[in-house]
Design a protein around this ligand. Structure first.
Ligand SMILES: *[C@@H]1O[C@H](CO)[C@@H](O)[C@H](O)[C@H]1NC(C)=O
Ligand SMILES: *[C@@H]1O[C@H](CO)[C@@H](O)[C@H](O)[C@H]1NC(C)=O
Length: 319
């Protein structure tokens, strides 16, 4: 009895706290409400059709939302095309794994038909990333909406993205600047359960004439990667053996010394984060729960409200 009262109270506190977070920046679950009742199913159907054609797009959409939020806040700035006067974020070398712009365009067009000029590109991207996770076997979480689209997209802002050579301490620091705990950082890193990276982003770890292989890699894995990368810098390797499935295999891979990027393996190397990796490797439900919560928080980074932004009519162009 006492226990259940305690749990109820805890739940209440959590609920109140999470409401306070949502209210503080005015995003809400039913932001569009009756003005656009089918925004969610329209986006999900579009993402579903796209993933049926090409399941590797899930990783691209998830990465795109992450990139959007870490650069200038979740404001759809990553979607903007370069013009002759402006080189946009999407043309940064850090863009290599971003794919699925056409999926966002298609979802936007479908939504525009039902409720013109209402639903922002930033919200559509947040929903599309969520749906990509769900449709790849990952958890379902609700996306609060009401983001406005930003009017700035500059290649130089992409220096805010964490590079793949950071160690765990540097990752913890970078993510804490955005308000994330070490555990939330590791949960978000688990997004690497989907997708691939190119040799150009990890070949520095392999042995060559000047240095030996990164000792944090298992020797077998180093051998496999070396033969992969013998085919060229653009050759891709998966982060875990199930590249199109959202699961906890990524963390098991780190335990085996087979993390693809230095920053992946670093999570297992450091005693500060190794316990979290081990927990997620053992308990997929725990990873799914933490990932969902961290994604909802990430989706609220520096969001623009009302007159700080606009609702773009075409996600690739400022109105
Ligand atoms: C990424 O940027 C390069 C230039 O750095 C550009 O050529 C390429 O089209 C961009 N890729 C995407 C998917 O936008
Ligand atoms: C992480 O990298 C920083 C910067 O290179 C370095 O000062 C620090 O000692 C490294 N931490 C660990 C645990 O290797």
């Amino acid at each position: 009895m006492v226990m259940s009262n305690f749990l109820e109270m805890l739940l209440l506190v959590v609920l109140i706290a999470s409401r306070a977070i949502l209210r503080s920046n005015a995003l809400s679950l039913d932001y569009y409400g009756a003005r656009c009742p089918f925004d969610e199913p329209i986006v999900r159907n579009t993402v579903n059709r796209a993933l049926q054609r090409d399941p590797t797009l899930a990783a691209g959409l998830l990465r795109m939302h992450f990139h959007d939020c870490f650069v200038e806040g979740c404001d759809g700035s990553v979607l903007i095309d370069s013009t002759k006067d402006n080189t946009a974020e999407k043309d940064s070398p850090a863009n290599l794994s971003l794919r699925g712009y056409e999926v966002v365009d298609e979802a936007k067009q479908e939504v525009e038909k039902q409720c013109p000029g209402l639903v922002s590109c930033a919200d559509i991207l947040a929903m599309a990333a969520r749906d990509a996770v769900l449709l790849s076997g990952g958890p379902l979480y609700d996306v609060p909406k009401g983001r406005k689209d930003g009017r700035r997209s500059k290649i130089e802002d992409t220096i805010n993205l964490p590079p793949p050579i950071l160690n765990a301490s540097q990752l913890i620091k970078t993510f804490s600047q955005h308000g994330f705990s070490a555990q939330e950082m590791v949960a978000l890193a688990g997004g690497h359960t989907l997708g691939v990276a190119r040799c150009s982003s990890f070949k520095g770890r392999l042995s060559d004439s000047t240095h030996s292989a990164d000792p944090t890699m298992s020797p077998d894995f180093a051998k496999t990667l070396s033969s992969t990368c013998a085919k060229g810098d653009n050759t891709e390797a998966p982060f875990d053996p199930t590249r199109n499935m959202f699961d906890n295999a990524y963390f098991v891979t780190l335990q085996r010394g087979a993390g693809l990027l230095f920053s992946d393996q670093a999570l297992f190397v450091s005693p500060k984060t190794r316990g979290i990796v081990n927990n997620y490797a053992m308990n997929q439900a725990m990873f799914f729960f933490d990932f969902s919560q961290a994604m909802v928080r990430m989706g609220q980074l520096d969001v623009k409200e009302d007159d700080e932004g606009e609702v773009r009519l075409n996600c690739r162009r400022i109105n």
